[in-house]
Design a protein around this ligand. Structure first.
Ligand code: NAP
Ligand code: ZN
Ligand code: ZN
Length: 352
């Protein structure tokens, strides 16, 4: 079926409208009209080929809320008219060890990502949520709890699950002290989720102007990371630090703020850390640096259900798709409160 979206055609070109084909639905597929799609910093990294593996044209978008318009003959969990979510993955091998444990994001054969990947059955490129329609296997479709605004839900499909996963794994909850580095899309979800889970929550930020917002979003304390006095005041304090910074940065200043057995979990930047880390900073106090990558389908559903129960959604700035390139420039300046979400109805006026 032919559909319309927005694509980057090279690392240096602005995104522009793009007509392309989606596969005809297979028996286990759900067809959806995209209602809203969040704008993740990863979309920008991929559109501009920051990691060197982008295949053009690329249609980004993996924080998707849509409405079901058609279901394949074998679909049992969804029906026409349902409001559903699609996140960062659309398929995986389903039988390796991580897949069987519900960690499809760590599939040993590699999960099929929502965009900039190749469908494992027909070899065709996958295209993301900056588009009118999608076709996705029901195994990777999420139920959206009633009562949450769909625009605010969209970012839960990546920013939400990516921060939920380490909070959950490292048992953030009452009596635990959690810090979040960076107040952007992931960071603001981390504050909200950590607070809703009952932890004591602190934000580390470079930006003095974000303090009031951080407190509104759930932070009990705010630490300006450039202020040595403020950093010293939280020495030995945190059980868990979730670091969402998207670019190379020095993690050494954060390690002394971990308490005994504490862990700093990297979820933002994925390249080399250029400032060496002293082994002693980890050895003494049994501290750890770890990483975490999105989350599996079952965990994503659990997070969405938790958000439904606790009324947690993202703080969004809804934009028409025609503003996507300006939105990327603002992301680079950390000028977003706190997630751009594209209203896909804006695509109706495109005449590609
Ligand atoms: P974002 O909305 O742009 O927020 C990033 C925040 O980090 C900024 O608001 C800023 O907060 C801080 N920051 C930015 N540049 C910095 C720098 N050079 N040094 C220190 N702090 C800086 O980005 P996002 O959408 O939350 O994504 C964050 C990162 O996570 C991206 O790299 C994205 O690709 C990655 N990601 C990873 C996963 C995963 O599964 N692991 C999933 C989704 C996204 P302050 O102004 O408060 O300092
Ligand atoms: Zn993302
Ligand atoms: Zn697998």
């Amino acid at each position: 079926m032919q559909t319309l979206g927005y694509a980057a055609r090279s690392a240096t070109e602005a995104l522009a409208s793009f007509r392309f084909d989606r596969r005809e639905p297979r028996p286990d597929d759900v067809v959806l009209d995209v209602l809203y799609c969040g704008v993740c910093h990863t979309d920008l990294h991929i559109a501009r080929n920051h990691a060197g593996y982008t295949r053009y044209p690329v249609v980004p978008g993996h924080e998707i809320v849509g409405r079901v318009t058609q279901v394949g003959s074998a679909v049992t969990g969804f029906k026409v008219g349902d409001t559903i979510g699609v996140g960062c993955m659309v398929d995986s091998c389903q039988h390796c060890n991580p897949c069987r444990q519900g960690d499809e994001q760590h599939c040993e054969q590699g999960p099929t990502f929502t965009y900039n990947a190749v469908d494992r059955h027909d070899g065709q490129p996958t295209y993301g949520g900056y588009s009118k329609q999608m076709v996705v296997s029901e195994k990777f479709v999420l139920r959206i709890p009633d009562g949450l605004h769909p625009a605010g839900v969209a970012p839960l499909l990546c920013a939400g699950i990516t921060t939920w996963e380490p909070l959950h794994r490292w048992k953030a909850g009452p009596g635990k002290r959690v810090a979040v580095v960076g107040l952007g899309g992931l960071g603001h979800m981390a504050l909200k989720l950590a607070k809703a889970l009952g932890a004591e929550v602190t934000l580390f930020t470079r930006s003095p102007g974000k303090e009031a917002d951080a407190r509104r979003l759930g932070a009990d304390h705010v630490v300006l990371s450039s202020d040595a006095g403020q950093m010293g005041a939280v020495a030995g304090h945190f059980d868990l630090i979730v670091d969402t910074v998207p670019y190379e940065h020095d993690v050494n200043p954060y390690l002394p703020t971990l308490r005994f057995n504490g862990t700093l979990v990297l979820v933002g930047y994925m390249g080399p850390l250029n400032t060496p880390v002293s082994a002693g900073a980890l050895v003494f106090g049994r501290k750890a640096i770890a990483g975490s990558f999105i989350g599996g389908v079952a965990a994503t559903q659990e997070m969405l259900d938790f958000c439904g129960e606790h009324g947690v959604v993202s703080d969004v700035e809804v934009i028409p798709i025609q503003q996507i390139n300006q939105a990327y420039e603002r992301l680079l300046k950390s000028d977003v409160k706190y997630r751009f979400v594209i209203d896909m109805a804006s695509l109706q006026i495109e005449q590609a």
